[in-house]
Design a protein around this ligand. Structure first.
Ligand code: ZN
Length: 382
C-alpha cells in the first residue's frame, strides 16, 4: 500500500536568501491577487471560470517566479474555487476566495521539481540552503513547500510517497472520549493524562498574551511582545505535537479498533487561545491516528457524538447531566465516571455500525489543520 507522508524540517537561509524568500512570498501574493481579479472579471462577463490552462498562461506573463511555483499559485486558486462550489452544493454559505495582503501569504510550493535534497537543500534560482534533517526522510519525494512561521523561522515541508505493509493487529477494541480535564478517557477505564510540562508552557503563553495586549498599539514594545507570543505559541504547539505523536503511536499499536466521536472541527473556535489550541490538537490527533493506523493494521471509526455522555452505557436511558456532574449514576444501578460512560457509548456505537456506515476516516483523513473537512452527520445506530 502506498501512502503520502509529510516531513517538516527547519531551514536556515542566509540574509540574502531570506530576502529572496520574502520576495517570493510577495510575488506569490501579487500573482494570487492578479489571478483572482482576472477570474472575477472573466466570471462576470462569461458566467464561467477561466480554465487552468488560461491561468497558467497568465502566470507566465506576470511574474519572475520559478514557473512551477507560479503554476502552483494558479492550482491553489482552482482548488479554492472548486472547494467553494462543493460547499455551495452542500448548501453551505461561502463567498469567493479573498484577496490576500502580504502577511497572509505564508508559503510557496514546488509541486514537482525545481529542488533537490542532499546534505543541503538546493532550490532552483535560489541556491543552496542549510537544512537540519532531524529525522530521515522516507519514500519518494513529491512536493516541497517553503514556509514562514509566525516566530520568523523558516521551514521546508516535503511530501513523499511511502510504501507500507500493514501489520496484523490482534489488540482489543476501545472507545476514546476526548476531554479537557484529561486528554482522553478509554472505555477500558484507563486515562490519558495531559502532561504537566504542557500546562506549564500554556501558562507561559497566557502570560505573554496578557503582556502583549497591555502594550500600546504601534509601539516597539508591542512588536517585541507579539514576537514573544508567537514564540510561546510555537513552543506549546511543538510540545503538544510531540505528545500527540507518542500517544497516537501507542494507541494504534495497542488496539485493533479505536472509536472516537465525529466532532465537527470545521468551526474551530476562534475564541480564547487555550480552547483554540485544544480544538486544533484534537483535529491533529485524529489525523495522526488515521495515518498511523494504516500501518499498524488498526482501524479508526468515527461515530455520531449525540448524547454520548447523557446516555447510559448499560441500559440506554438518556438523562441530562450538567457539565459539573462528573459521575454517571443511573437508575439501572450503573455508576461510573462520566467520561468512562461516554467512552463505552462511543465503542458501542462503533461496533453497532455496519461496515458500510463506517467512515473509517482514512479515506476522509486530510493533512494540515486548516483542511480538515466538516464531519458528515450519521444516523444513530439502533
Ligand atoms: Zn442505566
Amino acid at each position: 500500500m502506498i501512502v503520502i507522508r509529510s516531513w517538516k524540517y527547519r531551514i536556515y537561509p542566509t540574509k540574502e536568501q531570506e530576502k529572496e524568500f520574502q520576495f517570493y512570498l510577495y510575488e506569490c501574493k501579487n500573482l494570487w491577487n492578479f489571478l483572482l481579479e482576472y477570474t472575477k472579471e472573466h466570471y462576470e462577463k462569461t458566467k464561467r471560470f477561466p480554465t487552468r490552462k488560461q491561468l497558467y498562461t497568465l502566470t507566465k506573463k506576470k511574474t519572475k517566479l520559478f514557473s512551477q511555483v507560479s503554476q502552483n499559485v494558479a492550482d491553489k486558486l482552482v482548488k479554492a474555487l472548486k472547494g467553494m462550489f462543493a460547499t455551495k452544493k452542500k448548501g453551505g454559505k461561502v463567498g469567493f476566495p479573498r484577496f490576500k495582503p502580504t502577511e497572509r501569504m505564508k508559503s510557496f510550493t514546488y509541486p514537482q521539481f525545481g529542488f533537490k535534497l542532499n546534505k543541503q537543500l538546493l532550490l532552483s534560482k535560489l541556491g543552496e540552503i542549510q537544512i537540519k534533517k532531524h529525522r530521515e526522510l522516507k519514500g519518494k519525494i513529491k512536493t516541497l513547500t517553503i514556509k514562514r512561521v509566525p516566530s520568523g523561522k523558516w521551514c521546508a515541508v516535503f511530501t513523499s510517497e511511502v510504501e507500507i505493509t500493514p501489520r496484523c493487529n490482534k489488540g482489543a477494541k476501545v472507545g476514546i472520549d476526548l476531554g479537557i480535564q484529561n486528554f482522553g478517557y478509554l472505555s477500558n477505564d484507563s486515562v490519558i493524562i495531559n502532561p504537566r510540562h504542557l500546562r506549564k508552557a500554556e501558562n507561559k503563553l497566557k502570560q505573554a498574551q496578557k503582556s502583549f495586549s497591555g502594550k500600546k498599539k504601534g509601539s516597539k514594545n508591542r512588536r517585541k511582545a507579539k514576537l514573544r507570543v508567537a514564540r510561546a505559541y510555537e513552543k506549546v504547539t511543538n510540545n503538544r505535537r510531540d505528545f500527540l505523536h507518542k500517544t497516537s503511536r501507542k494507541l494504534v499499536n495497542s488496539y485493533s479498533l479505536l472509536a472516537m466521536e465525529d466532532l465537527n472541527v470545521n468551526g474551530l473556535s476562534k475564541g480564547f487561545l487555550a480552547k483554540h489550541i485544544l480544538d486544533c490538537s484534537w483535529a491533529e490527533f485524529r489525523e495522526m491516528l488515521h495515518y498511523k493506523a494504516e500501518e499498524a493494521g488498526s482501524e479508526v471509526v468515527l461515530v455520531n457524538p449525540a448524547h454520548t455522555s447523557q446516555e447510559c452505557s448499560s441500559c440506554g436511558l438518556i438523562r441530562k447531566k450538567t457539565l459539573a456532574e462528573r459521575w454517571h449514576n443511573c437508575s439501572c444501578g450503573a455508576i461510573m465516571h462520566r467520561d468512562l460512560n461516554a467512552a463505552k457509548n462511543i465503542l458501542k456505537r462503533a461496533l453497532g455500525l455496519s461496515l458500510g456506515d463506517r467512515h473509517s476516516g482514512s479515506k476522509q483523513a486530510t493533512r494540515g489543520r486548516g483542511e480538515v473537512k466538516p464531519a458528515e452527520k450519521m444516523p444513530l445506530p439502533l
